[in-house]
Design a protein around this ligand. Structure first.
Ligand SMILES: [Zn+2]
Length: 91
């Protein structure tokens, strides 16, 4: 299968997009695009804690999308990012 390479918007590392999380902008709101199917302006972030945390704490998406994204939206996104990690969480 062909690899599709994307750049992480936090650390600028390039890697196969299937190992990355897609975030998308629709109507000036950002969403975690779990299925990688939403339309809208997408950006990618590594599926690792340091990039996910920096994405939120440094409000990287404000720069990516040139918008002033509210703290509530970041909070919601942060929760979704942690849920998405899910697999290795203990029940
Ligand atoms: Zn990264």
């Amino acid at each position: 299968m062909k690899e599709i390479i994307r750049t992480c918007c936090v650390c600028k590392k390039k890697q196969d997009k299937k190992n990355m999380i897609r975030i998308t902008l629709v109507n000036d709101e950002v969403y975690l695009d779990n299925l990688k199917q939403k339309t809208g302006k997408g950006c990618y972030v590594c599926n690792d804690n340091s990039c996910k945390t920096a994405l939120i704490s440094k409000k990287i998406l404000n720069r990516v999308y040139k918008l002033n994204i509210s703290q509530e939206i970041y909070n919601k996104l942060f929760e979704e990012l942690n849920i998405a990690e899910g697999n290795n969480s203990k029940n």
